[in-house]
Write a protein that binds this ligand. Structure first.
Ligand code: HEC
Length: 192
């Protein structure tokens, strides 16, 4: 009995030493190709609960009208496409990140959603505004104005609906036609 107790005490005392050694010898998974830790998926559940609790407070007066969706597409092209890719044109490095950046313009693995179109806009807003720690997902709070964050979130939430033609071109990674100059715009003078 005494030995069992001694063994238990030693076991408890040695656990921090073993943990210290595990870190000190560089054993935890730190490279993209390393195997995930057994408990890593628990972080996803924690994220889900936190987003669910806090997203309810996020609101916008913006409507997913043509102006909002087009503005959202331009923000997507400038801020997000490098990691999340365009429709039919995946980012060259997203699959080489851990975790990978999901393709937001392709059919989701489950159901009929395109990207995150089955998520409420407020949940998408939480993720874009706060970022997701220990992943490559940045926090856009203080990076772009809040209105722009909402514009891109409303676009993603409507990714499975008909979008303005120009927005469709942008999320396919195509160059939309240059706007025609206003009729009363000053003509450029030829340089002498
Ligand atoms: C530097 C790379 C990078 C950039 C830039 C980036 N993201 Fe992400 N994003 C990620 C990664 C990686 C994840 C996966 C996080 C995870 O698995 O938890 C992610 C996750 C997300 C998710 C959650 C997806 C899901 O399935 O729940 C959304 C929504 C999202 N990003 C939107 C955006 C938007 C909008 C922008 C631009 C304003 C953006 N991201 C810019 C890397 C990036």
């Amino acid at each position: 009995m005494g030995r069992v107790i001694l063994g238990a005490i030693l076991g408890v005392a040695l656990a921090p030493v073993a943990l210290w050694a595990w870190f000190s010898f560089g054993c935890p998974p730190v490279a993209v190709a390393d195997k995930p830790l057994p408990m890593e998926s628990l972080l996803n559940s924690a994220l889900h609960v936190r987003v669910g609790r806090e997203a309810a407070k996020a609101k916008t007066a913006l409507k997913p009208d043509e102006e909002t969706l087009l503005a959202g597409a331009r923000i997507y092209r400038d801020q997000c496409a490098a990691c999340h890719g365009f429709h039919g044109k995946p980012s060259p490095f997203s699959a080489h990140m851990y975790p990978a950046a999901p393709a937001l313009w392709e059919k989701a693995a489950k159901g009929d959603a395109i990207g995150v179109s089955d998520n409420p806009p407020a949940e998408i807003f939480w993720k874009v505004n706060n970022g997701i720690r220990l992943t490559g997902m940045p926090s856009y709070h203080n990076v772009i104005p809040e209105t722009q964050i909402w514009q891109v979130c409303l676009l993603l939430a409507n990714a499975n609906k008909p979008l303005p033609a120009e927005a469709v071109m942008i999320v396919r990674g195509e160059q939309p036609p240059a706007p025609a100059p206003a009729p009363d715009a000053p003509q450029e003078q030829p340089k002498p």
